[in-house]
Design a protein around this ligand. Structure first.
Ligand SMILES: Cc1cc2nc3c(=O)[nH]c(=O)nc-3n(C[C@H](O)[C@H](O)[C@H](O)COP(=O)(O)O)c2cc1C
Length: 363
């Protein structure tokens, strides 16, 4: 019989190793890969690896509170499962399994519109705090129908992913001749996706404010200019992301653009971030820079591939331990006490790779 997960996985890198053992080559390349040269993917890590801590001492950290706030609700950590399409190719039960893990641990899930078993069944699977992410591949009535279904199923906010005007070339998949089973469907509605503009954001905000309110998250903001336009449109969340380096190659790392976007938003919206966040220290850096929530993309996929919903819980427990240690060693007793003064720029100590957060992992 297998040892309990608490003994099997003492570190996140063992979770990475188990995921790699469990997944066939196609789904593995789909999960970990990025666009073209994967420079953006590596820059996400490089940006995080180029931030050092400035610890404060003698501050009585015998009790450290690691909880976060997600759209006003308390969460066990200030992280959420980032939306992942095609999770059903990574773990049995797909998004429903992810929902069960998120609920068991106590973090929110952002459900992707291109993930099985779909909105209603995922909502029914577990009582998570959940928000819904849409790729806009239809007209206004099509979008409205998703909003209605999201409301009916207790999703508390709606997200447009906007960094997908063109579908990128994922070379690991191409080289491995891996054709995603859901890819044919993804091309339906591609014209709507490339035609998306701020007009649709305005229409959404006009329609779903006040009595019919549905908070809007814009995912895929990578510049100050667009963050400012998003704020002018009254969006509730500016989600800084480059899609984990899976869309535009040669972008900047998310953690590198986060500070200027936080400054530009001036507290008029929440700022969330993702891209390369794999460790407790990464999460702490994001919050110190002014993000409210950190999205976990590949780490979610790895944990689910390693051991399903319990694997996700175990990964989050390890992340939580890392966060608690980091906050204590920085001399703060909660995320609220963190400031950019706890950070300093520093040269990265090694080459950034997708998984350079796991330097001891056995391939
Ligand atoms: C396998 C996979 C599938 C993804 N599918 C979606 C999706 O359906 N919708 C979306 O907005 N982002 C999607 N993303 C991007 C993630 O939401 C997130 O932005 C990214 O993974 C963060 O970077 P990280 O993987 O380094 O944590 C996907 C990412 C991965 C790895």
């Amino acid at each position: 019989m297998n040892a309990p997960l608490k003994e099997q996985f003492l570190t996140l890198q063992e979770i990475y190793e188990a995921a790699k053992r469990n997944l066939p080559p196609g789904p593995w390349s789909y999960l970990i890969g990025g666009a073209e040269t994967e420079t953006t993917v590596r820059r996400n890590r490089h940006a995080l690896d180029s931030i050092a801590f400035r610890p404060r001492v003698l501050r009585n950290v015998s009790r450290v509170d690691v909880s976060g706030k997600f759209l006003g609700k308390a969460t066990r950590l200030p992280v959420m499962l980032a939306p992942i399409g095609g999770l059903e190719s990574i773990v049995e039960g797909g998004a429903a399994t992810a929902a069960r893990g998120a609920a068991a641990f106590g973090v929110p899930q952002m459900l992707s519109s291109v993930c099985q078993p779909g909105l209603e069944q995922t909502a029914a699977a577990a009582d998570t705090v959940r928000v819904f992410q849409l790729y806009v591949r239809g007209d206004d009535a099509w979008v409205d129908d998703f909003v209605r279904r999201a409301k009916d199923n207790a999703f508390t906010a709606f997200c447009f992913t906007v960094d997908v005007a063109a579908y990128s070339r994922r070379e690991r998949d191409l080289l491995g001749r891996y054709v995603k089973p859901w890819r044919a469907k993804a091309t339906e509605g591609a014209d709507f996706q490339s035609g998306l503009s701020w007009d649709q954001v305005k229409r959404f905000k006009d329609k779903y404010s006040g009595k019919h309110s549905m908070p809007l998250i814009i995912k895929g903001i990578a510049t100050v200019e667009d963050a400012e336009i998003a704020v002018e449109h009254g969006v509730e969340v500016v989600y800084v992301s480059n899609h984990g380096g899976r869309q535009l190659d040669h972008g900047l790392g998310s953690a590198a653009v986060l500070p200027e976007i936080v400054a530009a938003v001036k507290g008029k919206a929440e700022v969330w971030v993702d891209g390369g966040f794999m460790r407790g220290t990464d999460v702490v850096k994001a919050i110190a820079l002014g993000a409210k929530t950190v999205g976990l993309g590949r780490l979610t996929g790895l944990a689910l591939a390693a051991a399903g919903a319990p694997g996700l819980v175990r990964a989050l427990e390890i992340l939580e331990d890392e966060v608690r240690i980091c906050l204590g060693l920085l001399g703060v007793t909660s995320f609220a006490e963190l400031t950019p003064r706890h950070l300093a720029p520093a040269p990265a100590v090694g080459d950034a790779e997708i998984f350079s957060a796991f330097p001891h992992a056995q391939e």
